[in-house]
Design a protein around this ligand. Sequence first.
Ligand code: GTP
Length: 416
Amino acid sequence: IPHDEDIPKGDTVRCLTMLGHFGFECLPHQLVNRSIQQGFSFNILCVGETGIGKSTLIDTLFNTNLKDKKSSHFYSNVGLKIQTYELQESNVQLKLTVVKTVGYGDQINKEASYQPVVDYVDAQFEAYLQEELKIKRSFIDYHDSRIHVCLYFISPTGHSLKSLDLLTMKNIDSKVNIVPLIAKADTISKNDLQKFKCKIMSELVSNGIQIYQFPTHDETTAQVNSSMNGQLPFAVVGSMDEVKVGKRMVRGRQYPWGVLQVENENHCDFVKLRDMLLCINMEDLKEQTHIQHYERYRCCRLKKMGFIDVGPDNKPLSFQEIYEAKRQKFYDHCQREEEELKQKFMQRVKEKETTFKESEKELQEKFEHLKRVQQEETMKLEEERRQLEEEIIDFYKMKAVSETLQTQVCTNIKKE
Ligand code: GTP
């Protein structure tokens, strides 16, 4: 029986000291077992110019050979290549989805370069939101494709960020956890690298770009995470080549002057990236995606759909009330539209009626006019006919007279 310590905490919660074994101390083990059974998933978005080393780095991270063929530099649009893999390390299964840009930075139009990335990230949020809004949800077998981390590959120019880098990062920093990387860091000297890192960070700050910060609220990881936050962007080198160093075979890149060992922390930040991403902060990346980025997307979308938490009087509104209010608003809107349509219809009928009447009047006048003209024509013709008939009569008369005269002349000649 719990012993009441009689220490009131707040109004209703009291602190009790347990005087026996209950078993809920095993709760964390239950969670671990369930998670292992379900397996884990992790979605990485790699954004970077063509041939910057995205595939090689992913291969190096997961010690796999996921790369297929090289991309062309001549795509007219940026595309995204999505590949999902099932990986296993001891008894832990990981469903890894890698989304890579194809043709990024190869177009003149910068907006066309980052927009497909923004659209893809949003589309994954939308798919999750639609699943959430279903009456019958099935999150158990739902493949959550929301992007947990964006590895942004910066060209090792040693100079500064490109305007496309700033534009893209600015457009996605509120949607995804960005971890900036200096790609192919073996092509830049140690001194230049340090200056380049500082330059990149100051450019990100002055442009108000938020990159992912390794969390420092958990005391077990606070120290390493805060030290790693100070080393961003990570300068990475990728390679799947096995190179001989002394008696050991290591993964690295062989040069005429020596070997760059990928997993040597003095040579590059690859191990730091792998530890931060996979060993220490994968869960935080997933959590931030859900509670920060997805939450923001969901909030905007629901607001756009017309949902609000409190009414104008600052009182909380239930889903039912909002739904009813929206339904009423929609109904009123339909009624108004119907009324407007009716009015418009009546107006048009009236206008048509007036036009018809005017046309009828015009036709009537035309008909009357034509009738008059025709009557006048008929009268004129009648007159002409009458005159003609008179002329015919006169002609016959004259003809008869002339015939009589001719007969008399003939008779007189015979007598003579
Ligand atoms: P696309 O998918 O075709 O856009 O290329 P990608 O960004 O995936 O680049 P990929 O990994 O295919 O690497 C392109 C070339 O760069 C290959 O020849 C790699 O060997 C080389 N490469 C990759 N990583 C590094 C690196 O860290 N340093 C150097 N020097 N070369 C690298």
